[in-house]
Each structure stands twice: as C-alpha cells, then as structure tokens.
Design a protein around this ligand. Structure first.
Ligand code: ARG
Length: 293
C-alpha cells in the first residue's frame, strides 16, 4: 500500500550556487556552472512539491555559501526536535549555525550538535527507526547523540564508496514518516517503512543489516546510482527523483509508487539531487503518540 502523506520541507534558493571548491568526487571547479539554470531547476522541484500538496518553507541563501542549496545537510528534525549539523569541511561550517538560527526563529527547540554530522545527508527516518550513515561525513558518536536526543532506535550503516559520501546518495526512503507510536509493526509491516538502495555503496556487514531490516527493499543498480537516482524524496506514494534513473523509475512504478521525474542536472554538479535540496520538517508527536499538526 502506498499512501501519500502531506509533508513540510525547508528549501534554500540557489541564488549563490556555484562550484568554487571540491569536497566530493562530483565537484569540478573548472567546469562552468549555470546558476540561472540551477535556480530554474530548483523552482521546478519546489513547484513539484507544492503540486503534490507539500508545504515549503524557505531559508535565505547566503552569499559565499554555495552549497547551502543542499538544505538537507543543515539539520535533522524528528518529532519536532531539531538536531543541528556540524560540517566536516570548513567551506560549509557556517551553514550549521545559519540553519539552527532559522529553526530557533521559527519556534523550534534546537540542539547544537557536539559531534560531527551533516544532517539528513546521513540521518534518515524510516518509519519508527533512524538509519544513519558513517564513513565520510558523519561520526558514529553523532549517531549516539541523535538517538539519545530523540529516544529512537538508530541503525548505523557504513558507506564505503566516495561517490556515495552521504547516506541519502545511496538510499532513498520510500515510506518514512508514520503516524503511529513508533512501537508497532517493526517486523516488516508498512509501519516499518520501506527503502530503495544501492548495495555496493555499503560495507558487507551494513549490506547484511539492510537485507535483514528490509528484505523486500527495491535494489538499485550502479547505472541508476551514478545519476544520483537514489537522492529522491517520497511522500509515501509519489517519489520525486532524477528521471535519468530509468530502471529505478520502472522498479518503483511496478511496486505501486508514482515516480515523478525532476531534472536537477545543474545541481548534480555540486554532488546533490532532489533530496539534498530538501530538508524534511517532521512534526512533534501529539499526546496520543500520533504525529501532531
Ligand atoms: N557539495 C555538497 C557537499 O559535498 C553536496 C551536498 C549534497 N547533499 C546531500 N544531502 N547529499 O557537501
């Protein structure tokens, strides 16, 4: 069963987007970047979310922080509680406080991170569970810090291929935010969530963990992974992703999801796709344990 659920996203318009430094294998500062085209593609992505019924919030872009468009890295919000980012590379470090300030100004309880982590790039919510990547940008100490903050089960996954340096480049959450207490259905029901992933991006032991948790996961191949096809956003039914990930698009449709292709080719020059540009704001739980308004 694939049912859409309304979502709330935080996005940052790429007015100052460019590739002026190289911190992942996708970036080449000698290639020209068309900022106006990046803005057009980003607007198309934003309009797609609005058409799908999502609420979109905006953080002002800052000149000199070209990667700020990848808002998913700016923080992680679970149950309305914000866990700040602490970036690896000095070029992106000022983004952490900028995002925390946005959340504080908008009435959220914010927690500055002690440990190194890059927000939803590596910390993904799948049903009641958190999946957290390590190996490149986020330390396992941050996994522990986040798990304690939210009081949620967290599973660590080790990334081994530098092209897939964030968990959200190797794994897409298909059914994420559930309305339940988070305690039921952990053995494979819809409540436990569903994912698609590229196995070779993970260490052998993490691959085994994923096989155990999601025996029916959609398995993507390298050709779809290298166009960042797994860097997509799902509301539980629609899956917004790179249309060049043609096999994955077909696999998702076969499972009853509705793939929605959005071209983000200019933003891929910085090493990010749709998901990187989309920070999900997950609501606080009500007193009944259900997700609040
Ligand atoms: N240039 C950015 C970096 O390397 C891209 C971030 C992509 N974001 C993501 N959620 N994977 O940090």
């Amino acid at each position: 069963m694939t049912t859409p659920q309304s979502r709330r996203y935080l996005m940052c318009r790429p007015d100052f987007f460019t590739v002026s430094y190289e911190i992942n294998p996708w970036m080449n500062k000698h290639l020209p970047v068309d900022t106006a085209l990046a803005v057009k593609q980003w607007e198309r992505l934003r309009d797609t979310y609005l058409d799908l019924g999502a609420t979109v919030e905006y953080i002002d872009p800052v000149e000199g922080l070209p990667d700020m468009v990848y808002s998913a890295n700016g923080a992680t919000v679970v149950d309305g509680v914000v866990y700040g980012a602490r970036f690896t590379h000095p070029e992106r470090q000022p983004e952490g406080p900028a995002f925390l300030r946005w959340f504080a100004d908008h009435g959220f309880t914010v927690h500055d991170a002690r440990e190194r982590n890059e927000g939803e790039g590596d910390i993904l919510t799948v049903g009641p569970r958190i999946l957290a990547g390590t190996g490149f940008r986020t330390d396992v100490a941050a996994h522990a810090e986040a798990a304690e903050l939210w009081g949620r089960e967290l599973v660590t996954l080790e990334l081994v291929d530098p092209r897939f340096y964030h968990l959200d480049t190797a794994l897409i959450v298909l059914e994420g935010t559930e309305g339940g207490t988070g305690l039921e259905g952990t053995e494979g029901g819809a409540r436990a969530g569903q994912v698609a992933y590229y196995p070779a991006a993970f260490s052998p032991s993490s691959r085994e963990v994923l096989e155990g948790l999601y025996p029916d996961a959609v398995i993507a191949d390298e050709s779809d992974a290298v166009v960042l096809g797994l860097n997509g956003v799902s509301d539980g039914h629609h899956v917004v992703l790179n249309p060049l990930a043609t096999k994955l698009v077909g696999q998702l449709a076969e499972r009853g999801y509705e793939p929605v292709g959005v071209d983000t080719s200019e933003l891929v020059l910085g090493g990010g796709g749709a998901k990187c540009c989309t920070l999900e704001i997950r609501p606080a739980r009500g007193p009944d344990g259900l997700a609040g308004a």
